[in-house]
Design a protein around this ligand. Sequence first.
Ligand SMILES: Cc1cc2nc3c(=O)[nH]c(=O)nc-3n(C[C@H](O)[C@H](O)[C@H](O)COP(=O)(O)OP(=O)(O)OC[C@H]3O[C@@H](n4cnc5c(N)ncnc54)[C@H](O)[C@@H]3O)c2cc1C
Length: 382
Amino acid sequence: INYAEVIAFGFDKTGTMTGVRFRDTAPDGKDREYSVTADELVCAAGPYTDLVLGLDRRAAEDGRRLIRPSKGVHLVFRKSVTRGKAVVVPVGRNILTFLVPLMDDYVMMGTTDTDYPVRDYHDLDFIPVTEEDVRYNLDVLDIIFPRVFKKHDILACYSGVRPLANPGQNGASGISESDTSRTHGIRRLKSGLWVITGGKFTTFRLMAEQMTDSILNALREKGLKSGARICSTADKTLHGCPESFTFPEERNRWLEEGAGSLEKRSGLPREILRHLLESYGSCAENVVSLAEGGSGLGQPVGSDRTWIMAEIKYAAEREMCLTLSDFLVRRTQLRFVEHQGLDVAEKTADALGNYLDWSPDMKTKQIDEYCNYIEKVWRGNA
Ligand SMILES: Cc1cc2nc3c(=O)[nH]c(=O)nc-3n(C[C@H](O)[C@H](O)[C@H](O)COP(=O)(O)OP(=O)(O)OC[C@H]3O[C@@H](n4cnc5c(N)ncnc54)[C@H](O)[C@@H]3O)c2cc1C
């Protein structure tokens, strides 16, 4: 469930956690509150973990911080210096710099790795990119590609906080940020709450599998029947993954053939069809069908021709997109290209607002919130 913020925990007389109270923070959710109970509860709140546990002293274990939040900053450029390849360059002990191609002609590079104290929720609302972060990344780039990347070339910055598992008591471990392990850990607190910490994007399926197995075991020990004995997702393909697809050998052939057949059917430009196939996999057909439906849905969202209006409809109807930021930041990469989505914010809000039934006030609020977000993180030349 998206936009469902846990605000309190429920306990039985023995102090065992039995459920949560949460608030519907979606734009049309009116902040309504609900309670749910469950046989087993898991906290998978990433960098928010200690804040969530801090909601009730009965949930946390001895007040020990489980997360060592570490800030990372990436810069985005429109330069194809790595010719479409990902490049990893060691720049110090356990410090790597990545240059990762983004779409066809952008490159995302990074990253910094610095402790980022998180004391309340607002600390994670906007994670600002500082001049120091930018300078560090540019200095590293200058070593790898002398005089190629300049500050005025930066199109967008991305900043985030890694939920590293805390190696010591409240961060005072003597271990540097970059030496702190990226592996994940699963533990059960005295309250019965499971907490999963650490990990990476690249390990999320393994993390989910191990967490699920722990829960199934716990249910069995309680004598509660559960249909499955172990998590069985390891062999399942992700949503949109084409059948019998070998990466990377068959990827290009699949993209070319797919774009060719969709081009005959829809008449949409080939580069847009390639983009749709890369973004939605086998579900690209559904977006193309919307575009074929007319009403300008095959038209680009902005001057950059990559994204089309049908994607806004698809996001609203099929991808639980509820806010302007959902679309510009989390469903597409418009936030990472020229102008960071500010140039298409109004047009996108108009279309999204139609599908989601926004009032004029709601539309203005969504645009203001998005502009405010970009302004506070890093406006740069946008
Ligand atoms: C700059 C940077 C670069 C990175 N690069 C890589 C990389 O190259 N490769 C890689 O594998 N990993 C990378 N990572 C790490 C990866 O992004 C994280 O490990 C991963 O996103 C963590 O996922 P998570 O689900 O644990 O946390 P999150 O994705 O942060 O999810 C936590 C969720 O908890 C929700 N939440 C918080 N409070 C509440 C509440 N009270 N009620 C309900 N929900 C709540 C939040 O809304 C959020 O959706 C990078 C991270 C950063 C910051």
